[in-house]
Design a protein. Structure first.
Length: 194
């Protein structure tokens, strides 16, 4: 009888003991939502279009100002990471002399990379790939130079309407082509669909 009472007391003490180990936060969140529809702000296919202005340093022109455009298609890999494929282009207006007509040099790039959210609405990104720089050195004379390029940037999601996001971004894009090293910087506004 005493033995049975001691066993019951011992088992009651074991059953009431609490564990002090904390679960992994990602695992805990995934487990809690296992049977629910996801509440993540991003999922599936993403499409982003950005338009703005920028500055080109290097190449035949030295310095030029112009427009910048970017079209990104991606897929959400994790809650914070999006794998991206991007087609981007920049144009830089310049003049050979004060009285010369304005000419435009263009830089087109095809990149693969990743975009990582650091908070719910701010992000950083990096990409690399192929680039083609076309220098306009005269009225009918253009020289295309292919090479390698890379991009780093960051952005802020300003307004969200369901699956559509309006945001601002800044980037730095560098390339090495047959005519040397160039750096493009840009500031754009864009729309993204998640």
């Amino acid at each position: 009888m005493i033995r049975t009472a001691l066993v019951v007391i011992a088992l009651g003490g074991v059953a009431g003991a609490e564990t002090t180990a904390k679960p992994d936060p990602i695992t805990d969140e995934e487990t809690a939502e296992a049977n629910l529809e996801t509440s993540a702000p991003r999922s599936g296919l993403t499409v982003s279009f950005s338009l703005g202005g920028g500055l080109l340093l290097g190449g035949d022109i030295g310095v030029g100002r112009g427009g910048a455009v970017s079209l990104r298609i991606g897929h959400v890999a994790t809650r914070r990471t999006v794998i991206t494929f991007e087609l981007s282009g920049t144009g830089a207006l310049h003049r050979r002399g004060m009285n010369d007509a304005a000419m435009t040099d263009t830089n087109a790039a095809l990149y693969a990379g990743a975009l990582r959210y650091t908070t719910r609405s701010t992000w950083v990104r990096a990409a690399g790939g192929l680039t083609v720089f076309t220098a306009n050195v005269g009225t009918d004379e253009q020289h295309a130079h292919a090479g390698l390029g890379g991009l780093v940037g960051g952005g802020l999601d300003l307004i969200r309407w369901g699956y559509l996001v309006f945001g601002a971004e800044i980037f730095g894009m560098s390339s090495i082509t047959g005519d040397g090293f160039k750096v493009n910087t840009g500031f754009c506004f864009g729309l993204t669909y998640y």
